[in-house]
Design a protein around this ligand. Structure first.
Ligand code: C2E
Ligand code: CA
Ligand code: CA
Length: 554
């Protein structure tokens, strides 16, 4: 078994880069306080050998080979001499499964320790950067050096130190949902907008007000001030100057941190402003928020999640729950959705709403999704082996990373590994603002034989566009859509017609979040026979599902 041999640094690294999908996570055993690796003498599998193979086969770029050398040295160094940090990471550019192009990837090494704090093993995780992250990097690379964050930080320090009698504010802002601007108006226009913002700031800000572009669409300004009204007025001025560029519609959101402790590193104030800004997201009424220390707990929560996610996976804290889907007319179970749960040893069950968005941001969702996909396949195999008539299980696919690697290949591999009929694994993807973005991938998935569900239908704004161009098999009506529209005659008509429309164009339909008998009856009356929701069953542990299936379906 590939996963079981005592691993050795170089070969493991090669495994992963060589697209051996079995080893997205791999580890080093450490003996005698030393990595079983680079420093040992070996023949065919020595690091130099591997290195030249990587080079020869052009699996990673030449530049990245050097990066890898340094990375390996740093890891060895950490093991030999001890290190306080729990992880090390670097960027390399590598070829991913099924592609010929190099993609920028994040290589992350996590150290695990024994009770004495000694490193016992290392887990590696490699993931391709999401397009948004790559975009950020590219934009920043083209950026003039005086806006370099280090210099900016120095200038901030100067503003703080040279204005002992005035207050100082760190103002961070971004274009809310900038991705949408790119999707709606095109990447070129998006780029142009960011340049416009950058150039305008140079006009609005005085020498006493340093500014910097932190990522593609996040900017920071530092300014001395005397009253809070002055800050608000300054922000409104920026806003009126920057909004409505070339008729585009977008909103700017501002987080403000007022410096209380002048001895703190400027980055801390920046972080506070950033936190305030991020807490505005989704709040339609406010676009300016001042940082308060109570906001920290939100941040801590997120950090705690990021710090523990890797070990949580290794310690089996993530589990798959299954929520049965029912036929309204027969009351039989016709399928299930696989949903991730995090059972934390101290905090208990952490709801997906808390960790999924964090994982979507940091890329760990790739790892979690693949784990859940595998669990779902395992479950189907188990049902078949136990002589229970299986039902299709649907899994969620995060669309952020759908282009980053060979999703279809990965899913097919799992179907093969567990030897299950392909129609038993169904795939849910949410609708998106950019129908072109997922169209090809959905087509590929369908071609491979998977049943495709459009998740959360009716929660976005381009559902109809997406329907027109992307070949889904089933619409999944969003639970908020059902809840909100059931209330009025007009709303009910819309649901009714959505259902009959989907039938007309040959799509299946299922309603999610069915909570009452009345809702089920109404859906059935409209011609929708499939339902998922608390009225029928909450998501249940996978072990319980077998029993449920047997008692309900007989
Ligand atoms: P979703 O894909 O829309 O999943 C359905 C959510 O609705 C689940 O929430 C489910 O528990 C909830 N739900 C089902 N019936 C009812 C009902 O009658 N009333 C109400 N109020 N809620 C109901 P859950 O499990 O908390 O998951 C939330 C979201 O987290 C999911 O929304 C999905 O977007 C994401 N998620 C969960 N597991 C995974 C995963 O493994 N991978 C990915 N990428 N996302 C996941
Ligand atoms: Ca779903
Ligand atoms: Ca859904």
């Amino acid at each position: 078994m590939k996963n079981e041999f005592p691993s050795e640094y170089g070969s493991r690294l090669v495994n992963i880069i060589m697209q051996d999908r079995e080893t997205v996570h791999f580890y080093n055993n450490i003996a005698d306080n030393k990595l079983l690796s680079l420093s040992e003498s070996f023949d065919a599998e020595n690091y130099t050998g591997i290195r030249s193979m990587l080079k020869e086969k052009k699996i990673i770029s030449d530049d990245s080979l050097n990066v890898l050398d340094v990375f390996c040295e740093r890891i060895n160094e950490g093991i030999l001499n001890g290190t306080d940090s729990n992880s090390l990471s670097t960027d390399i550019s590598a070829k991913l499964p099924g592609t010929d192009d190099f993609r920028m990837c994040h290589l992350h090494a996590f150290f695990r320790r024994d009770e004495n704090g000694r490193i016992t093993d290392i887990h590696y995780n490699i993931r391709p950067y999401a397009p948004k992250e790559i975009f950020d990097r590219e934009v920043l690379q083209n950026f003039s050096s005086d806006k370099n964050p280090k210099i900016f930080s120095k200038r901030c320090r100067h503003v703080i130190d040279s204005n002992p009698d005035r207050d100082i504010a760190f103002i961070q802002f971004d274009v809310e949902r900038f991705k949408l601007v790119n999707e709606i108006y095109g990447v070129d226009k998006g780029d142009e907008l960011l340049r416009f913002i950058n150039d305008s700031l140079a006009i609005v800000c005085t020498d006493e007000q340093p500014f910097c572009r932190l990522t593609a669409d996040v900017f920071m300004i530092v300014t001395p001030f005397d009253t809070k009204d002055e800050i608000i007025a300054f922000i409104r001025r920026i806003e009126s100057m920057l909004c409505g560029y070339k008729g585009m519609e977008y909103r700017l959101i501002f987080g403000v941190a007022v410096v209380d402790d002048r001895t703190l590193h400027t980055r801390r104030h920046g972080d506070n402003a950033s936190l305030a800004r991020q807490l505005i997201k989704g709040n339609a009424m406010e676009n300016v928020l001042f940082y308060e220390s109570s906001m920290k707990s939100e941040l801590h929560k997120k950090q705690a999640i990021e710090e523990s996610m890797q070990n949580a996976l290794l310690d089996h804290e993530f589990v798959m729950y299954l929520q049965p889907k029912y036929s309204i007319s027969t009351n039989r179970i016709i399928g299930a959705e696989a949903l991730a749960r995090w059972i934390h040893p101290e905090k208990g069950m952490i709801p997906p709403a808390e960790f999924i968005p964090v994982f979507e941001e940091n890329g760990f969702i790739l790892t979690l999704d693949r784990f859940i996909w595998e669990e779902a396949c395992k479950k189907i195999r188990e049902l078949i082996d136990n002589g229970i008539e299986p039902v299709p299980i649907s899994v969620n696919i995060s669309r952020e990373y759908v282009h980053s690697y060979d999703v279809v290949g990965e899913l097919l591999r799992l179907v093969g590994k567990y030897d299950i009929p392909i129609h038993m694994l169904e795939l849910e993807i949410t609708e998106t603002a950019d129908p072109n973005g997922v169209e090809d991938i959905v087509k590929d998935m369908k071609k491979a034989g998977f049943t495709m569900l459009m998740d959360d239908f009716g929660s976005g704004y381009s559902s109809l566009n997406m329907l027109k161009s992307t070949p889904f098999d089933v619409l999944k009506i969003d639970r908020h859509f059902l809840e909100e529209f059931m209330d009025s005659d007009r709303g009910r008509k819309i649901i009714e017609h959505t259902i009959s429309m989907s039938r007309d164009i040959g799509l299946g339909i299922i309603a999610e979040g069915v909570e009452t008998g009345e809702q089920a009856e109404f859906l059935s009356h409209c011609g929708c026979d499939s339902a998922q929701g608390f009225y029928y069953s909450k998501p249940i542990p996978a072990e319980e599902f077998d029993h449920r299936l047997k008692t309900v379906n007989g």
